[in-house]
Design a protein around this ligand. Structure first.
Ligand code: FAD
Length: 214
């Protein structure tokens, strides 16, 4: 069973589960290793949203693991992967489907220091009432063109344009236009000219901000 099956079954009820960001991923593997969702900062990992497991143990017996039944196994299955038995049923907490805002932003090499700082600043898990927000963050190096770039694909709950939780990414354009803040000078290389120390572009390429519903 994949997250596509779960999300499709819940959608008519206006509910969602905390599971895979790519819906073709399987439910059991992701949930048993933890499971990172876009909204983990508010709802926890996929494993935190499991209220009950039905498990076939190594000796062939089937048990229910929950807060009150086999609580030690219930605890161990949250991150315990396939080490404790075969899970035949997961009971998951569900949440109301929110309206969401999304952003996609790409950065050239000169913006990567600020990009990493913005990603660290976003990763706050200790706020009492956080706005659910997360994303996919990648830094890539193209060996053919000798160019490094970074990408954020962000999602947050609520309507906000540009999405407020990604303001530190959106602000990078101004930060890297200031030469005093060009931390990468001397490290960056122009594509096709490995001796150059001039960053090719000081501006991130803003691919777009989208408002959409889940
Ligand atoms: C394209 C892609 C996108 C991904 N995106 C995310 C993401 O957004 N968030 C995230 O957290 N992870 C993500 N992952 C990682 C993903 O969580 C792991 O690959 C996970 O193992 C996938 O689970 P599965 O059920 O599809 O895999 P499987 O290969 O079927 O299983 C993985 C492991 O779980 C065991 N297992 C399977 N079913 C059971 C069961 N019923 N009982 C006990 N053990 C079982 C298997 O023996 C195996 O060891 C992604 C992976 C890929 C390839």
């Amino acid at each position: 069973m994949t997250w596509y099956d779960v999300y499709s079954a819940l959608e008519p009820y206006g509910r969602m589960a905390i599971g895979g960001r790519l819906k073709t991923i399987g439910v059991p593997g992701l949930t048993l290793i933890g499971g990172v969702h876009y909204f983990t900062n508010k709802y926890g990992f996929a494993m935190d949203n499991v209220v009950k497991y039905e498990v076939v143990l190594g000796n062939g017996t089937q048990v229910v693991a929950s807060r009150t039944s086999h609580p030690d196994l219930f605890w161990a299955l949250k991150g315990g992967a396939n080490n404790y038995g075969i899970v035949t049923k997961f009971s998951l907490k569900t949440h109301e489907i929110p309206r969401i805002s999304t952003t996609i932003q790409a950065f050239s090499e000169s913006g990567i220091y600020d990009y990493i700082q913005a990603a660290c600043d976003l990763a706050k898990f200790d706020e009492p009432n956080p706005i659910a927000a997360g994303g996919v963050f990648t830094i890539g190096y193209n060996a053919t063109t000798n160019v490094t770039s970074a990408l954020v694909m962000g999602v947050q709950e609520g309507i906000s344009n540009p999405p407020s939780q990604f303001k530190n990414f959106t602000a990078i354009a101004r930060a890297i236009e200031d030469p005093q803040r060009d931390h990468w000078k001397g490290i960056c290389r122009e594509p096709g000219n490995p001796k150059s120390d001039v960053p090719v572009s000081r501006k991130p390429i803003a691919v777009g901000n989208l408002l959409t519903s889940y």
